[in-house]
Design a protein around this ligand. Sequence first.
Ligand code: GUN
Ligand code: ZN
Length: 457
Amino acid sequence: MCSLRIFILGTFLFMVSIPSFASIIGYRGEIIHFTGDYLEDKSAYQHYSDGILLVDGGKILKAENYSSFKDIHLLSELVDYRGKILVPGFIDTHVHYTQMEMLASYGNQLLDWLNKDVFPTEMKFSSSTHSQKIASFFLDELVKNGTTTALVFASTYPQSVDAFFMEAQKRNMRMISGKVLMDRNAPAALLDTPESAYRDSEALIKKWHNNRRLQYAVTPRFAPTSSEQELRVAGDLLAKYPDLYLHTHIAENQQETEVVKKLFPYSESYLDVYGKYGLLTPRSVFAHAVYLSNDDFNLLARHHSAVAFCPMSNLFLGSGLFNYGDAVKSKVKIGLGTDMGGGNDLSILRTMSEAYKVTMMRKAGSQTPDNILPVSPLENLYLATLGGAKALDLDNHIGSFLPGREADFIVLDPQSRSILDLRVAESTSLEEKLFAFEMLGDDRTVLHTYIMGKKMK
Ligand code: GUN
Ligand code: ZN
């Protein structure tokens, strides 16, 4: 009797606790992902040269060695990506969808570029139809480039945010965006007021924040285009809704930092301008941070705020060289950003190549070059995946293949370019192979992009 009860109970437990294999898909290929803060712990990653990624209902079950997985016959499907690399989807921690049409504008540095190239383009986003067309184009380009999550500037017009979120939701992409706050030093047609900024932002927050995979970022453009009242509005919104993001630019260009000193003479530093209004939070992302001091990095780290390293933009606009080494030492959270249109592409692979060059130039300019290491191949991949997820406070949802994470992942193909294929065939270590992908890869290298387990490319 007793043994019969145990038998029935055992059968029941088996039925409830083992997931139904009927829905699990396995993806076989080389797998790399990070399990913790790789900048601090160089063992915090997993690499399976012949691995299997198990996905069920849009979530990751686990990644492991193919040879240790004994239940292949129970899978609903086994997809063979041998010869290719599976990594988590790329995360772009700073980009402007409203600059899609004017990327690659010649000759101007930041302040002239904003006035001559950016602002006239952003005026077109007063039209919902135009916003929707460009948002759709932009998101399709992200998918082509393997970028599955981004922190995105829209424009001052609330309708440009509605259009962006609607298009992101159609694709089920995890996206963060917000209306730009800007009430001075730009064309009148692009300005809001502190009152309209609060009202319009709050309406958008109620509509979109935490609506499925979408989240809202309070987005003052940068200190020069916000009055003190407008920065106070940003702080008030963050205080009222503490899980919002804060997204802005900081210390990108030397002329810009001089302007900030003149506009905010009583502030101790550029960062202090934002700090005074309560804008340093664990969900704050500051783009560029080229001209920040060690004290600034340390202060950001204490507040658990993040910086977006945007090397392609910093080179394209001739802004300067981000101090990666000091940023890492401070333990501030760091993600990679394309900053397109400041950056001249949406490719995170190409951004990794620019990151490497920026850190090499830092070495060239240093008194003690032997003490400076350029960003390594694994660090670059970390910044583009789990590092970016941590910068966006989303590492419990995306950025790795740990169990339960959302199944946003990409398949990289060495055969996308013959020079990449040749170089990969010559490589004798994981680092060497990854470095080839990062230096030679682009949108062609992303063979497939999966969003919540659904193949989108
Ligand atoms: N600073 C203020 N606005 C912008 C912008 O649109 N792009 C960049 N790169 N920097 C900015
Ligand atoms: Zn930017």
